[in-house]
Design a protein around this ligand. Structure first.
Ligand SMILES: NC(=O)c1ccc[n+]([C@@H]2O[C@H](COP(=O)([O-])OP(=O)(O)OC[C@H]3O[C@@H](n4cnc5c(N)ncnc54)[C@H](O)[C@@H]3O)[C@@H](O)[C@H]2O)c1
Length: 428
């Protein structure tokens, strides 16, 4: 069997590897020619995706990569994993999906299956993608080609979470479309979860991410309330999670980051408006999570104040700009919001991140592009008035941090196991 996977990012690349390892010939397609060149040379651009795995599959011709979308005519199935961001006005931007649909439509083979994996609002596959594919191919979905939606559940850097063993939800445009999609994923994934439609599958993914967003907001709010009462939220969560039923731990932080949780819930908000419905939980969670960086900056100001210093003129190191531990993904990172807020208040801000040696250009924080991580050594660390732990990468030596830094503001409870740090740590 030969399939194509379009969009070779955090989702599409590990998925390509899993299919290629399952004796399926995979054609990877991307519009980014630099990525295509790297992959064809057996190299990786994602920290947790091993270059050796790519090289082996490229050498054995199980995995080939191209920018030529007309090659779609050779494949039995196409899986689409392109970005679904928000526009400047925080509305869904499904232009990448539509553009992909337009590029592949003229080349889809009769009887082929097209599956969308990008997170999106209910109705995207059945209505928007289907229409683009039908118009560009002159064929009918469900008759001449098959159509399905199957959300990705990738959890980068989680060793326990592998593409093969994460159950896969699948919805088809017709029962036959579902059958075709089940047959495809059954080759590479251990457990499939069929649902009655593409809309249900789309809505399932949104529920999963809204659930995270709302629960993170809850612990973020409780963090602030408990701190005012002199209670440490981290200790409370550790105790609560011993309950063997009815509780699941979520952890507070400096604000939301990444490609999913800060964005996906608002896909539903936008679609719900069309039906005259309001998404109050999503809006409230968004408000609380968005306010977190301001709270953290207040805690930095408190920590400096205790040393008779002000934010204005202080030297502050932000530790970690990736949005979560042990990844090199800095998209939508709250660290950039923190850096921005601190600089607006006159602080001199630097950062350290072992996985982000140089900051890439971003739309929201273009002023940081090209800045380089400082070196990890005593001479550098002792010079900061505050070290602000924004991401708790496990490769960081927190004992050294406790020894070297004069004041630490900790948003991740990273210093909890370093007794010698007590007295210089401010939880935020
Ligand atoms: N990153 C995650 O952990 C994660 C988890 C679950 C779901 N998702 C969802 O999966 C989708 C993809 O996310 P990602 O993190 O892999 O994004 P990404 O930015 O890492 O990768 C997307 C890739 O698509 C390519 N691309 C863009 N437009 C294209 C086009 N028209 N044709 C072909 N290629 C194109 C880009 O060059 C890039 O390589 C999004 O909808 C996201 O919400 C992501």
């Amino acid at each position: 069997m030969k399939i194509a996977i379009i969009g070779l990012g955090y989702v599409g690349l590990p998925l390509s590897i899993q299919f290629a390892r399952s004796h399926v010939n995979v054609l990877g397609l991307d519009i980014d020619s630099k990525k295509v060149e790297l992959l064809n040379n057996g190299k990786s651009y994602i920290k947790h995706v091993e270059a050796s795995a790519i090289a082996e599959l490229v050498d054995s011709k199980k995995f080939s990569v191209s920018t030529n979308f007309s090659l779609i005519e050779q494949v039995e199935a196409v899986i689409i994993c392109v970005p679904t961001p928000l526009t400047k006005n925080r509305e869904p931007d499904i232009s990448f999906i539509k553009e992909t649909g337009r590029s592949i439509a003229p080349h889809i083979a009769k009887g082929a299956l097209v599956v969308l994996e990008s997170t999106t609002y209910p109705g995207t596959t059945d209505d928007e993608l289907r229409i683009v594919l039908e118009q560009g191919s002159g064929m009918k979905a469900g008759l001449d080609f098959h159509l399905a939606f199957s959300p990705e559940r990738e959890d980068p850097a989680n060793e326990q979470s592998k593409v093969k063993t994460i159950p896969k939800v699948i919805g088809g445009y017709t029962p036959t479309c579902l059958k075709k999609a089940m047959a495809l994923y059954g080759r590479a994934i251990d457990r499939l979860v069929p649902v009655s439609s593409c809309r249900v599958a789309e809505a399932t993914k949104l529920l999963e991410n809204i659930f995270r967003g709302v629960n993170i907001a809850l612990v973020n709010e409780l963090k602030v309330i408990y701190a005012a009462m002199g209670i440490d939220i981290w200790e409370v969560i550790e105790a609560a999670k011993t309950k063997p039923f009815g509780f699941m731990p979520f952890y507070p932080g400096p604000g939301l980051g990444g490609h999913c949780i800060p964005i996906d819930p608002f896909y539903l908000t936008w679609k719900a408006r069309e039906h005259g419905e309001a998404t109050r939980f999503i809006e409230l969670a968004g408000e609380i999570n968005t306010r977190m960086p301001e709270y953290v900056v207040h805690r930095v100001a408190d920590a400096l104040n205790a040393q008779q210093k002000s934010v204005n003129g202080s030297r502050i190191l932000v530790l970690g700009v990736a949005y979560k531990p042990n990844v090199d993904d800095e998209r939508q990172s709250p660290s950039y919001v923190l850096m921005d807020l601190l600089e607006q208040r006159g602080a001199e801000v630097a950062y350290y991140d072992p996985f982000v040696p140089v900051i890439k250009p971003t739309r929201e924080h273009s002023q940081f592009a090209g800045r380089e991580s400082v070196e990890w050594n005593r001479e550098t660390m002792v010079n900061f008035d505050v070290v602000l732990v924004a991401t708790n990468h496990s490769s960081v030596n927190y004992q050294e941090l406790a020894d070297w830094a004069c004041c630490i503001v900790d948003t991740r409870n990273a210093m909890v196991s370093i007794p010698s740090a007590s007295g210089k740590v401010w939880k935020a």
